[in-house]
Design a binder for this molecule. Structure first.
Ligand code: FMN
Length: 201
């Protein structure tokens, strides 16, 4: 990823030496992985290419990205379940108001773990912290997935108890992130104008 970061006198901006062999692949990757391009190009996807599994190396990068998210006190009050078994995926479809695309090539369930947040605050605050920790981790994972040429859908419409039963866990889920290769690349949706969004006071 960082190939070419080795500076030589040839790389100096001025005096400029015309580069005959431009590595377009490297330029493409730099453009695709620039954080602003990743954010601007992401679009929710509910149709995945079932014939194209997600490589383990990409999953590792997605998990590493989630692991970098800021968390309350740095305590990382969240857990990630990487659901591999089909029978659990089917239960998660049911737990997500029967949304069929939850049965995706990759299904990650982000859960809250307030017990990890060892801060001297009331329980409801620790719960709130762990909800934010899990949400941020999922958002980082979603952006990382897009940067890696994958698509995703965030599932918030879940029955917490049904998800917990499906996972056989005591941890409360915050969201499910379904990931896979897209069947068709979709253009990003238009968003609110910044004028209406930002309230300068
Ligand atoms: C908190 C939250 C909950 C969501 N829940 C669902 C869901 O249950 N099912 C679904 O299909 N999409 C869900 N989405 C995805 C949104 O519908 C999608 O992000 C939105 O339409 C904007 O489209 P975009 O992501 O392409 O910009 C959810 C997104 C968020 C952030």
């Amino acid at each position: 990823m960082f190939a070419g970061s080795h500076k030589t006198s040839q790389d100096l901006l001025y005096p400029k030496v015309e580069e005959a062999n431009i590595d377009f692949e490297e330029v493409d990757e730099a453009l695709r992985t620039n954080i602003f391009n990743v954010m601007l190009g992401r679009r929710s996807q509910r149709k995945f290419d079932e014939t194209k599994p997600v490589e383990d190396s990409k999953m590792e990068m997605i998990f590493a990205a989630a692991d970098t998210a800021p968390t309350a006190g740095g305590f990382q009050g969240f857990e990630i379940f990487n659901v591999k078994r089909d029978e659990i995926k089917i239960k998660l479809v049911e737990a997500a108001n029967k949304q069929p695309y939850v049965n995706a090539p990759v299904v990650l369930v982000f859960c809250m773990n307030p017990e990890r947040v060892r801060m001297n605050f009331p329980q409801d605050i620790l719960k709130k912290f762990s909800l934010q920790d899990a949400t941020l981790a999922a958002a980082y994972a979603q952006l990382a997935a897009h940067a890696l040429g994958l698509s995703s859908i965030w599932i918030g419409m879940i029955d917490e108890i049904k998800v917990m039963n499906a996972l056989e866990t005591k941890y409360t889920p915050s969201s499910i992130l379904c990931i896979g290769y897209p069947r068709k690349i979709l253009q990003p949706k238009s968003k609110r104008s910044l004028i209406g969004l930002i309230h300068e006071i």
